[in-house]
Design a protein around this ligand. Structure first.
Ligand SMILES: Nc1ncnc2c1ncn2[C@@H]1O[C@H](COP(=O)(O)OP(=O)(O)OP(=O)(O)O)[C@@H](O)[C@H]1O
Length: 454
């Protein structure tokens, strides 16, 4: 027997061999086991017997281990089943993949968009999605008449239409984007995703604004604010003509006004940058202008793709005219805000030349080789050195050495202080749209809206 005293917690242990050969034999075998025979809380005496119980303990350990393993497997299985039930939601619903991932907020107010799990029909999808767009929904009866078709886009046709608003007595003009009847579930989800994207972006005075939508059934409509006179490229071309005013707008442009427009475009880009987005196709044709010369970025389809899918699809990317693209985009690298800064430099060129096609002497397909030779456009005669210096910093080959929209805004601000606000920019030659399209590397159809002003 051994007495063990342990700082006030005294325990008496009795070591007792039950092996017939005695303790010595046990020591030789080295298989001694200690078994607690008696130990009560009130007692400070514990009796332990050493014995050779391998025959009982080893199988017991094996059985115990097996049971624990079984319990773990069972627990994992139950947990898996439970999480499966949770992700399909109540009454068998699941998240819409197009607005999932980091764009969950696209559903508005950070809610998850749920559609029935088994629902693969357009009707079922629209039934499930419409309540999430309640704040934007406009009764169809409020749409009065379609005035004209203005554009046939990849994701719907654009019309000018009139609409009654809740607070307006007089019908107001809106641009209606319509997704017609004969489309599949994917197109419908994409159209709804775009509506949610506008909702996610929120309001910015230099981004075209969503005013409402009709998402309950086909045809689907989204109503955008009607920006008049609209397309900046058309405006620039009209400035070449002998038109003084039209609809209250002075078709004259000074260097100072170019800075004014440019700075606001940069505010829109800064806004997108804050949301970790980029525009992807900054160009005069994708900017709308108001009579007070407030520009609004439109053509947000590429930004939507970045938001919804993390990148611009190669199919969509190939539609962006090459002459506006930064070298890294021409080399098929992802779009970024600094790529937009490159395109912004081209936009300045477009404005100061009143809508001339960039790189007039370079075929669109040779643009990458041209830039790889470290060449950039020369200074147009109508462009001051100050403005050309800004263009040059936008056209730095290395993305990282280009300024961000905020820094560029400061440069434009400084340059505009000494800019000429008297001399009206003039270009004597009128634009021939087919020739323009050819030199710019743009399809004539995509310019159809600009013809109307010529
Ligand atoms: N809100 C608007 N007000 C006036 N004109 C507009 C408006 N929206 C679009 N437009 C005209 O329609 C043209 C095409 O617009 P936009 O590129 O945004 O449509 P889209 O091809 O459907 O683009 P995306 O798929 O990127 O949204 C514009 O260049 C402009 O001339």
């Amino acid at each position: 027997m051994n007495n063990i005293e342990d700082s006030g917690n005294i325990a008496l242990l009795q070591l007792c061999s039950v092996h017939p050969a005695g303790p010595g034999a046990m020591g030789e075998k080295g298989h001694l086991s200690r078994v607690l025979l008696e130990c009560s809380l009130s007692d400070k005496l514990c009796v332990v017997r050493e014995g050779q119980y391998e025959v009982i303990i080893v199988p017991a350990l094996l059985v115990g281990g097996f049971l624990i393993l079984l319990a773990i497997i069972l627990w994992l299985f139950i947990r898996g089943q439970r999480s499966l039930r949770q992700s399909s939601g109540p009454r068998g619903t699941t998240s819409v993949p197009e607005s999932g991932g980091r764009n969950q907020k696209a559903a508005g107010h950070g809610e998850k968009v749920l559609v029935p799990l088994k629902e693969t029909s357009v009707e079922g999808f629209l039934r499930a999605i419409t309540p999430t767009l309640a704040k934007l929904q406009v009764p169809r009866e409020q749409l009065l008449e379609v005035l004209e078709q203005i554009h046939c886009g990849r994701c719907g046709t654009l019309y000018r239409a009139t609409m009654i608003t809740r607070d307006c007595v007089k019908p107001k003009s809106v641009v209606l984007k319509a997704l017609e009847d004969s489309v599949g579930l994917q197109e419908v989800q994409d159209f709804i995703g775009r509506i949610q994207f506008y909702q996610y972006l929120g309001r910015h005075k230099n981004l075209v604004q969503l005013e409402g939508c009709c998402p309950d059934r086909l045809p689907l409509y989204m109503m955008l604010e009607d920006v008049v006179p609209g397309n900046l490229l058309s405006f620039l071309w009209t400035c070449r003509r002998d038109v003084m005013t039209m609809d209250g707008l002075l078709y004259d442009l000074t260097e100072k006004q170019i800075y004014h427009i440019g700075k606001q475009v940069l505010l829109a880009l800064e806004f997108l940058q804050e949301k970790r987005l980029s525009h992807g196709d900054v160009a005069a044709r994708n900017i709308l202008i108001q009579t007070d010369l407030t520009p609004k970025l439109c053509h947000l389809g590429l930004a939507y793709e970045v938001h919804a899918h993390g990148a611009i699809s190669s199919a969509r990317s190939s539609t962006v005219p090459l002459k506006w693209l930064a070298p890294e985009r021409l080399l098929l690298r992802p779009a970024s805000i600094r790529g937009d800064v490159w395109s912004f430099g081209i936009l300045l060129y477009e404005m100061v030349t009143l809508g001339a096609p960039p790189y007039p002497d370079v075929p669109p397909t040779s643009i990458l080789q041209y830039l790889q030779r470290k060449k950039i456009m020369t200074r147009p005669s109508s462009c001051t050195h100050a403005m050309y210096n800004i263009m040059k910093c936008c056209w730095r080959w290395s993305e990282d050495s280009r300024p961000l929209p905020g820094e560029l805004h400061l440069r434009l601000e400084a340059a505009s202080r000494t800019a000429n606000d008297k001399a009206v920019l003039q270009v004597p030659e009128l634009v021939v749209p087919e020739r323009y399209a050819d030199v710019a590397g743009i399809s004539t159809e995509s310019l159809s809206y600009s013809y109307s002003v010529l």
